[in-house]
Design a protein around this ligand. Structure first.
Ligand SMILES: Cc1cc2nc3c(=O)[nH]c(=O)nc-3n(C[C@H](O)[C@H](O)[C@H](O)COP(=O)(O)O)c2cc1C
Ligand code: SF4
Length: 396
């Protein structure tokens, strides 16, 4: 559980100022200039993929309206708490971002999907939305929906399915949601932090049209089985060691990135800059900024097993990488034979065949993180699979 006391002072977004509503009014008055400002500030997706928001919005604008904008408040990536903190700390900023996106995109509908854990915030968010006077500004009032507490609901097409009252099962692409999404309308889905960043940029521009705001920080959550989650904010490019230090982590053996989806590094890499291009060179990604600490002495093999079992349990099972691959990998990591693979070497070969072949990217997260853990902590993983590690985790 994250408490407000554990939240670090932010350097930009968490300590945001600016006049509530100023960014929205700017978007209503100057939608094209507002879109330009969001592009120039390099607002990127904070739900995991780091995709430029303005590019997605322009793609949706090429489609015939009406369009739909959805705020993704799923936040199911293991450990992540930053969206919840943002919604508690700056709810007006998130709602302002959602309404501004709706304005710029000419949306006929805006929806904010919250995970069930955030249901107590729904009433307050509705009041804030009413306070912006959306009808007065010619905007539809946002619909606030409480979704099921399932990992896959965070995946944007599964989320659209859920909003259409169907099970959380990702859709085949194409068509992309920006072409055909919620009820067949062009649909833009953005993460909570992304929407807050849009509002932050527009407030800055509204205050000073000559300002050149840049989204140069990211929110993170540092957590572990034995530690309370800490949420904070750091400049993009801060080293992983500095983030962990800011979170009060004194000693660590390693850390996973992007919850369980972005890979892992060891303490020997503490100088690694958390910058998307730099991370990509190492086959890693920042994802949603959730870092799971591996404490000194902890068994990285047990963690690899936990990661794979997490994805196996979360999968909807409609395609091969999940149906065949995740179960086999989980078995091998637990020291048993899989149906098609019998050891860790086979498992790594299988990963190369399966990566990128799912309807959604759920299995890729498990593959990237397990591969990264194996590269850094291969001895632990081998010892765990052979039950020599003594970690006590139930295997097989
Ligand atoms: C398995 C899976 C789970 C996801 N879970 C989340 C989530 O909980 N929250 C989120 O914002 N994005 C999540 N995403 C990413 C979304 O599909 C989508 O890319 C994102 O909401 C788009 O917003 P953004 O560009 O602002 O990040 C997930 C993706 C996958 C493949
Ligand atoms: S890749 Fe896995 S989770 Fe994603 S749609 Fe296919 S079976 Fe479901």
């Amino acid at each position: 559980m994250t408490t407000d006391a554990a939240v670090m002072a932010g350097v930009r977004l968490l300590d945001t100022a600016g006049e509530p509503g100023a960014g929205l009014r700017y978007a209503v008055a100057e939608p094209e200039a507002a879109l330009e400002a969001i592009a120039a500030a390099d607002v990127r997706g904070r739900g995991g993929a780091n995709f430029p928001a303005a590019l997605k919005w322009r793609a949706a604008l090429r489609e015939r309206g009406p369009r739909v904008v959805i705020g993704n408040g799923g936040e199911h990536e293991p450990g992540s708490q930053k969206d919840a903190v943002l919604l508690r700390r700056h709810p007006e900023l998130v709602i302002e971002g959602l309404l501004a996106a709706g304005t710029i995109l000419g949306a006929g509908k805006t929806i904010l999907l919250l995970d069930g854990r955030l249901a107590p915030l729904a009433e307050r968010l509705r009041e804030i939305a009413d306070g912006f006077g959306p009808a007065h500004l010619g905007l539809p009032a946002p619909e606030i929906v409480i979704g099921p507490e399932e990992y896959l609901v965070g995946e944007e097409t599964a989320l659209i399915e859920v909003l259409e009252r169907k099970p959380a099962k990702p859709r085949f692409r194409p068509p992309l949601p920006v072409v055909k999404g919620y009820l067949g309308y062009p649909t833009v889905v953005q993460n909570i932090e992304t929407l807050a960043n849009c509002a932050w940029v527009l407030r800055r521009i509204a205050e000073d049209p000559a300002a050149a705001p840049a989204v140069d920080t990211f929110l993170w959550t540092v957590w572990g089985p034995q530690r309370e989650a800490v949420v904070g904010e750091s400049p993009i490019g801060t080293t992983i060691g500095a983030v962990l230090q800011a979170a009060g982590v004194e000693a660590w053996k390693g850390v996973t990135l992007g919850g369980f989806s972005g890979g892992a590094v060891s303490a020997a890499e503490s100088d690694l800059a958390l910058e998307p291009a730099r991370l990509a060179e190492h086959g890693l990604s920042l994802g949603c900024g959730s870092f799971r600490v591996i404490d000194p002495g902890a068994c990285a093999g047990a963690l690899a097993q936990e990661v794979m079992e997490f994805f196996l349990a979360a999968s909807c099972g409609q395609c091969v990488p999940c149906k065949a691959g995740l179960g086999d990998a989980a078995r091998v990591l637990a020291g048993r034979r899989g149906r098609k693979v019998s050891d860790l070497t086979d498992m790594l070969d299988m990963f190369s065949e399966l990566e990128g072949r799912g309807v959604c990217r759920l299995p890729d997260g498990g593959i990237v993180t397990t591969r990264a853990l194996h590269r850094r902590f291969g001895d632990d993983i081998q010892a765990h699979a052979e039950r020599r590690c003594g970690c006590g985790r139930e295997v097989g």
